[in-house]
Structures are given as C-alpha cells and as structure tokens.
Design a protein around this ligand. Structure first.
Ligand SMILES: [Fe+2]
Length: 307
C-alpha cells in the first residue's frame, strides 16, 4: 500500500481494521499522527521509512486517543527518538496514571505499552504539523479522550474513530459510561458545523461526503438509544471478529470457552443479554456462518473479513 500525500508533505497510510490508519509529516523533524498496533510495528516502521524518514528523528507524535490500534508504536518510537507525545488532557491523565482500564487495554486483553505523554491538548488548541495548522476538536463518546484534527485551509478532517465512512466504531459503555451515546451525538454535532472537503478516518478509506457519514452514524446511535441490546450485539460481533482476525484460526470446540475467559465477553452479555452466555454466542455464530463471515474447516474456525 502506498502512502498518499494529502497536503504538502503530510502522508496518509490506510491500514486495515486491526491497525488504525496513520499519518507522517515528511520533514527533518518528522511528526506522526497515530502509530497503529504494537504487533504490527515492523510493518508500520517500514511504511513510514518509505518516505525516507528515520524514526530516530521523530519530533512529535499526536495520538488521537489511547486505544491500542492507534498508539502501538508510541513507546518504540519515543525510545528511539525521545520525541514528545501529545494526547487530549484526559488521555494524558490516563497515561500518566497508568490506567490500563480507561484505555480499554485491560478490558479487551490487548497488547500495549505505556509511554511518556509530554503534551496535553485541549479542545480548540491549534497545532502545527509542519506549516499546516490544525485545530484540535475534542470528540468524546467512543473514547473519553478522543480528538479529531481539522485543517481549515484545505478543509481536511482527520476524524479518527469518531467518524468512518460506512460503519461506526464500537461503543464500550462499560468503560465510557452509560451516557457515552449522548456524548457521541454531541461530538458529531461539532463536526457537522465544519466546512469539510475530505475526511481521513481512523479505519477504512477516506471519503468526501462528511454529512452522509454523519447521518448514517447518527441514525445508528439513535437506533442504539431505542434498542439497548443492539449496543451489546454490535460490540460482541465486532470484538469476536477482531479476535478471530488476530488469532487467524481458532478451534471450534474451544472458542466459546476462550471467550468466557475474557472480561469483555462475560460482562457484555451480563450487561445486555441477561447472562445468557451460550445462547448469545450460538446466535451470533449462526448469523456469522449464514453470512459467510465466519467459516469452519476441519474443526477450526476463521473469519473471511480482511484485517
Ligand atoms: Fe478507537
């Protein structure tokens, strides 16, 4: 995959669904926005070096939020370069206090390393990425510390996990709180007031029609507000597919027990499906098999969704 220059010397790297998309400023003092997932760090480093950049020269990393698929390279790159790392002030607080619950790492059993967060960002701050001016907009809902970055000169929006083209990021109310859907709706309203020509999301392809994506996401959130169980079902489906992507194949007979060992599976079923662990699992897997999203071969299961 080739990096795309979205504005002079600022490159966009579109990754799959396991790794968040990320950006790099080509400069003697490179600046990165997000650094993907730790397990794929070598791939991420390889992609960035295609621009002729040396990770030891990195001056600054701006992380859009603390989730593992966006901060995976932070520690490695900071160790090599001594770079600053900026997060929204709430994210800085999570990192400073070594809170691996609020960052979702512990809840979803994800691999991630703490790093030194040296810069706290606030809503409305202006950050310079080389010569380009970006406004920081705090967009809680998916993550309490989530930000997007808006460049008014070129009308570009780096929307991270606040806005995707065709889908929306998982809502984890167990961590983000019961009011997270309302916060997400308010965050979308902040974006609606911007004049945007192109959106670069945290996952999936870039897109032009921000208002169409906003309408889809709003509709989904309103559906969640009316049908509470759908929040849980969406979470379970997404995280089961992520788990299958990460593990590549699992044994059919063991997968349910594996899920029961995780925090997220049991708690989500407790929260939304009355602790009916096995029937919930069976219903989801039946649906996946029917839609050929999950297939079985010689006692092993795998997903056809591409990471
Ligand atoms: Fe996220």
């Amino acid at each position: 995959m080739q990096p795309v220059e979205i504005i002079k010397d600022l490159f966009f790297f579109e990754r799959g669904f396991l790794n968040g998309n990320h950006f790099a400023l080509r400069s003697e003092k490179p600046i990165l926005i997000d650094t993907a997932y730790i397990a794929d760090f070598n791939e991420t480093a390889g992609l960035i070096s295609q621009l002729g950049l040396n990770l030891a020269d990195v001056q600054l990393i701006i992380s859009t939020h603390c989730h593992c698929d966006h901060i995976g390279g932070n520690k490695h790159i900071q160790d090599q370069s001594g770079c600053d790392i900026a997060l929204h002030k709430i994210g800085k607080y999570f990192i400073d206090t070594r809170d691996d619950w609020a960052t979702w790492w512990k809840y979803y059993g994800q691999e991630a390393d703490f790093f030194d967060c040296t810069i706290a960002l606030n809503d409305g701050d202006v950050v310079f990425i080389g010569p380009h001016e970006f406004t920081v907009i705090h967009t809680p809902g998916h993550a309490a510390e989530g930000i997007v970055l808006y460049n008014p000169a070129e009308k570009l929006l780096i929307s991270s996990d606040t806005l995707w083209k065709n889908d929306m990021a998982v809502m984890t109310l167990r961590i983000e709180g019961s009011a997270a859907l309302f916060q997400m709706l308010e965050s979308l309203e902040k974006l609606a007031s911007l004049d945007v020509r192109k959106v670069y999301p945290g996952h999936g392809p870039p897109f032009k029609d921000m208002h169409k994506a906003l309408a889809k996401t709003r509709k989904r959130l309103n559906h969640f507000l009316k049908h509470r169980d759908q929040i849980g079902l969406d979470l379970l489906k997404k995280i089961i597919i992520y788990t299958l992507m990460m593990r590549k194949t699992v044994e059919v007979d063991l997968f349910f027990d594996d899920l029961m060992q995780t925090r997220w599976y049991k708690e989500t079923v407790d929260l939304y499906f009355n602790a009916e662990y096995r029937p919930t699992y069976d219903a989801i897997m039946k649906d996946f098999q029917k839609r050929a999203i999950v297939k079985t071969q010689n006692g092993s299961m795998f997903t056809t969704v591409k990471p």
